[in-house]
Design a protein around this ligand. Structure first.
Ligand code: NDP
Length: 464
């Protein structure tokens, strides 16, 4: 019988890889994990966590404005280098916790870049130089995540940054242009606008956040414009030119916009480059993601893959659930696949979005009969004294036949917190009557969700 150095070798110490490694080691297996950069991966080091800190830093400007309406006098100034410093200290602390937890579980951490040499062998080149190390394992799990993507054929694109550099800009720009209309583009547009940066968002499609409910898209586009973001739709870059005073964004519609920073948030791609996948018999999909079956097994019998590198649903909690399912399937004789239905998600735009289940448009295709839609738009109570015309959107999408609430969409303060709870009811398949039987908490914004009475009339339907 062949003996291997490890039972499991995990490539990539992000949210998914770390969870799988820890569970498997705690189950008594010999496990090693390789990380070429910093333990914690996209979420902790250059994604969700630092992004949320930036959103919170930025949102204070809005809070100060609200506070003035209540009688406060605010004389606020923002110190970008100080923020970067405290943010980086916290990220280092969190990364340290990940490292400690791996150690406590008995996982060997290998700092370096792992490349597959065959289906059971990896070669790890250490970050700090020195000899590379050859390690064998019975099973291998690939959890290398994704990387930002930019249109490389665009003239001048080398002057642009991605979200990865946006976390470390040496100084806060005065003007920024962000290209893209997805999560990262709208989140960073809100961050920079809130920090006082003149912000332009340019998106090639008819409205931001393709794939979200159309009312959410329209509502958010309107709200971010109220917060001072210039939104240019149906347009792309023709080129970027560096001049003595900044970067000139030449757009396909003939417009020219000069900014100090140009950021591309035009999607992320699976991080598979030079991993040695072919040598190990691991195939890719047409879109360049690692091809897996429903149990996350690749085309190589002893190799699995989870998280963004498989490009299924690129969200941290999903990668963690995929890791748990992998562990149950492979090491606990309990085949499990993650259920991608009813996963709630939040966009940390300003105001933020929370959404779960079907958009109105999706429901009209998926539900056999009618679809009932309940919409409420109102001014959050908090803004009563600010003169702000900011509006909250709450929308329930109900399958007319079963009366189950199949979609909930919220734009406004605390939407991400609310949607987590609403997701329980959607996942449980509760009906509109059951939502309505739940007594309201007053005065809150969330009470609207259990007091929506008037169905949207057909003539008043949204485009979706
Ligand atoms: P998204 O896929 O959400 O959005 C990419 C955007 O770039 C889309 O608007 C897309 O347009 C546009 N785009 C793509 N190609 C081009 C091009 N050649 N020229 C111009 N525009 C282009 O990617 P993000 O980078 O925003 O985020 C990556 C993933 O990370 C998300 O899908 C999400 O899964 C995850 N994420 C989740 C967050 C959260 O949970 N809060 C936060 C951040 C990221 P079009 O729509 O027309 O294709």
């Amino acid at each position: 019988m062949t003996t291997y150095d490890y039972d499991l070798f995990v490539i990539g110490a992000g949210s998914g890889g770390v969870r799988a490694a820890r569970l498997t080691a705690l189950g008594g297996k010999r496990v090693a994990i390789a990380e070429e950069f910093r333990v914690g991966g996209t979420c902790v080091i250059r994604g969700c966590v630092p992004k949320k800190f930036m959103v919170m830093a930025s949102d204070f400007s809005h809070q100060f404005h609200t506070a003035e309406g209540y009688g406060w006098t605010i004389d606020a100034a923002f110190d970008w280098p100080k923020f970067l410093q405290v943010k980086d200290v916290e990220i280092a602390r969190l990364s340290g916790i990940y490292v400690a937890n791996l150690g406590k579980a008995g996982v060997d951490l290998v700092h370096g870049r792992a490349v597959l040499k065959d289906a059971h062998t990896v070669e790890v080149t250490h970050r700090d130089g020195g000899e590379s190390q050859t390690i064998t394992a019975e099973k291998i799990l690939i959890a290398t995540g994704g990387r930002p993507w930019m249109p490389t054929d665009l003239a001048g694109v080398e002057h642009a940054i991605t979200s990865e550099e946006a976390f470390h800009l040496p100084e806060l720009p005065k003007r920024i242009l962000i290209a893209g209309g997805g999560y990262i583009a709208v989140e960073f547009a809100g961050i920079f606008a809130g920090l006082g940066v003149e912000t332009t968002l340019i998106y090639r499609g008819p409205n931001i956040l393709r794939g979200f409910d159309d009312d959410v898209r329209a509502h958010l586009a309107g709200e971010i414009e109220k917060r001072g973001i210039k939104v240019i739709l149906g347009c792309q870059h023709a080129s970027i030119e560096k001049t003595a005073t900044g970067l000139v964004n030449k757009l396909e519609n003939g417009m020219e916009i000069e900014t100090d920073v140009v950021m591309f948030a035009t999607g992320r791609v699976p991080h598979v480059k030079d991993l040695g996948l072919e040598t190990a018999g691991v195939a890719l999909t047409d879109k360049g993601a690692i091809q897996v079956d429903t149990l996350s097994r690749t085309t190589a019998e002893n190799i699995w893959a989870i998280g963004d590198v498989t490009d299924r649903m690129n969200l941290t909690p999903v990668a963690i659930r995929e890791a748990v399912a992998f562990h149950e399937t492979v090491y606990r004789n309990n085949p499990q696949h993650f259920d991608y239905e009813g996963v709630a998600t939040a966009v940390f735009s300003q105001p933020p979005v929370g959404t779960v289940g079907l958009s109105e448009n999706e429901a009209r295709h998926a539900c056999p009969g009618a679809v009932d839609v309940y919409v409420s738009r109102f001014r959050p109570m908090k803004y009563a004294f600010t003169g702000s015309d900011e509006r909250m959107l709450m929308k329930l999408v109900v399958d007319g036949e079963s009366q189950k609430v199949v979609g909930v969409h919220i734009v406004g303060p605390e939407a991400p917190e609310m949607i987590q709870l609403a997701a329980i009811a959607v996942k449980a398949g509760l009906t509109k009557a059951q939502w309505d039987a739940t007594c309201a908490v007053h005065p809150t914004m969330a009470e609207e969700l259990v007091t929506l009475k008037d169905k949207q009339q057909p003539g008043n339907m949204s485009a979706g």
